[in-house]
Design a protein around this ligand. Sequence first.
Ligand code: PHE
Length: 454
Amino acid sequence: MGGFDFSKRDSFGSRMGVIMAAAGSAVGLGNIWRFPYILGENGGGAFLIIYLIIMFSIGIPVMMSELLIGRRAQRNPVGAFKVLAPGKQWYLVGMMGIISAFMILAFYTAVAGWTLEYIYQTLIGGFTAKSSADLATMFESFRSDSLRPALWFAVFMAATAGIVLGGVRKGIEKSTKIMMPLLFILLIVMCVKSLTLHGAGRGVEFLFRPDFSKITGTTVLMALGQVFFSLSIGMGTIITYGSYIQKDNNLAGTAVEVSLIDTFVAVLAGIAIFPAVFAFGISPESGESLTFIVLPGIFQQMTGGMVFAFMFFLLLALAALTSTISVLEVIVAYFSEQLGLTRRMAVLLATLSMFILGISASLSLGVMRNIRLFGLNIFDLFNNTTANILLPLGGLLIVLFLGWFFPSRDIRDELSNNGTLAVRYYSLYRFIIRFVAPIAITIVFLNGIGLLKI
Ligand code: PHE
């Protein structure tokens, strides 16, 4: 087994490619499946405002920090900390990221697999003439089936592996440059359809008119967790992508653009969903089942509904795929650079271990539901531990590392491309990574592990 040849390291070919790949990672099930139901449960417009404030004040600086670490070190998350802090324990932050990547990929790809089942169902007319109770039963019995979810998981994982095998430029960059524009078109069509439904106005009002009486400590915490998950920050995905970015790229600009695209897509997903939900007289607070139970019910009653259902689930699948490739790339970069495996071997090993983990996560909603750790089945354990604990903790350690343990001069050099770009925002950025972000994230983290109840 030869070591990794760092002089032959792959990279993104263009600025556009960087934006599409990073936005592809950020835009995912988090925007279209998670954001709308969390917003629905947390008071609509008021949640949106808090979400935006946190996105700009903490989300963007953390994303900048990860891009910076990656590009400076030109390594996977573990290697990056070994290069930037030789002989120190910081590489453990990278290790934590690799573990998070395995866990996220397991439950996230399982949900992505459900979207394939739902594409299939729209094609065979599986929703036709089903009441909402029937649709709920259909979803539950599908999820707890022993074979189907595992099978769709395997299909989705294989597609993910196929792209990652192609490499950074020829696999990830090339495919996201096609999938992201397609995703946009589908989303815009869904928004137009939703907005033109009779009675859509109340949905728009719900989304944009803030009811501040709904804001509680929990709302703020939910918003912060959602920002982390949605931007793919706190676990090294952005460090990994950052490591493939050319030295002349303006990292702050990239972080802002990617975050804006991510936020825009989340808001568009809200516009595609809530007007329709209100037009059909359904409560916006239907929670997790919004996408897989409520929406199929709505599509069924719409003219041309099955076409829109097909488009919607295709949109979800595409959004998920541009995210799963970014998570798999973290593991593959680690396996090849730190353990010296070839890309082919690294993809194979990662995919095979994912089959075991992911299929267990899938089956844990059915036959394996009795296997529990801390009272949670495997799916919920992976889902909750990553979003509530590992991502915030990773994000916290990343800003602490840069803010307190890494030379300010080097940070400035990296952000300004060795003095060629103006970095007027620098003192604000530094203040955020030293104080604002660590304090805010600590509060969320303590809440996530139950040590602090707000
Ligand atoms: N950001 C992705 C989404 O919103 C999820 C994700 C989290 C991807 C962490 C990579 C890393 O769906």
